[in-house]
Design a protein around this ligand. Structure first.
Ligand SMILES: [Zn+2]
Length: 214
């Protein structure tokens, strides 16, 4: 993986400086695909688009922050930190899920919730989703993106809510070629009454992430 030059930015709330690193190239060797649309590659960290200021504790989008010139006279500012699952929820509640960014931010928040269950023993079940995380999944389920082929996505959200019979029925109707590796994995987790995220052997890139033209 090769990094581009660091980008210096100012917190949109208190102007405290920070920096983030861009990736010029990355290595997808050993990539794994998951039922929630996450693809993980051991050599490639997940790029964060949103952070929490180390100085004032407030949340902001990196793309909203003013870029700062590199000042050799001053110490180099800290790197922005990816958010935890709870911090994603706090960022949404702080109003960062605005306009066209609402869908992405809520998907990332759900995927970060799922991170805690990726390492569970194969075949074991994750606990039911409760509280604010459950509300988030319900909000995502009600969301209607314009160009997303969202049947697989809806089925996965339905399974995450523990509505296994309904999710299984939805999966039966899905026939797309790119969905093919996902459907049997999700059906098996429905049969096991497991709301947890699962590894998809042979999965690449689920259809619901094909929304670049949204
Ligand atoms: Zn700040």
């Amino acid at each position: 993986m090769f990094h581009g030059p660091p980008v210096l930015i100012a917190c949109t709330h208190c102007a405290a400086p920070a920096h983030y690193r861009t990736f010029l190239s990355w290595n997808t060797f050993g990539m794994t695909a998951w039922t929630d649309g996450v693809n993980l590659a051991p050599m490639t960290p997940i790029f964060t688009w949103i952070t929490r200021c180390a100085t004032c504790g407030q949340y902001y989008w990196l793309e909203d922050a003013q870029e700062l010139p590199l000042d050799p006279e001053r110490s180099f500012p800290p790197e922005v930190r990816p958010l935890t699952a709870d911090e994603y929820l706090a960022a949404i509640d702080a109003g960062l899920a605005d306009g066209p960014r609402e869908f992405e931010l809520k998907v990332w928040a759900w995927q970060r919730y799922n991170d805690a269950f990726r390492g569970r023993p194969p075949g074991s079940c994750a606990p039911p989703v409760t509280g604010r995380s459950r509300e988030l999944i319900e909000e995502l389920r009600a969301f209607t993106p314009v160009t997303v082929n969202d049947q697989l996505f809806r089925a996965e959200l339905t399974r995450a809510l523990g509505r296994f019979t309904e999710a299984s029925k939805m999966l039966t109707a899905i026939t797309g070629e790119r969905s093919a590796p996902y459907v049997p994995v999700m059906q098996a987790r429905c049969a096991a009454q497991d709301p947890g995220v699962a590894l998809v052997p042979g999965g690449r890139h689920p259809v619901w992430q094909d929304h670049d033209d949204r």
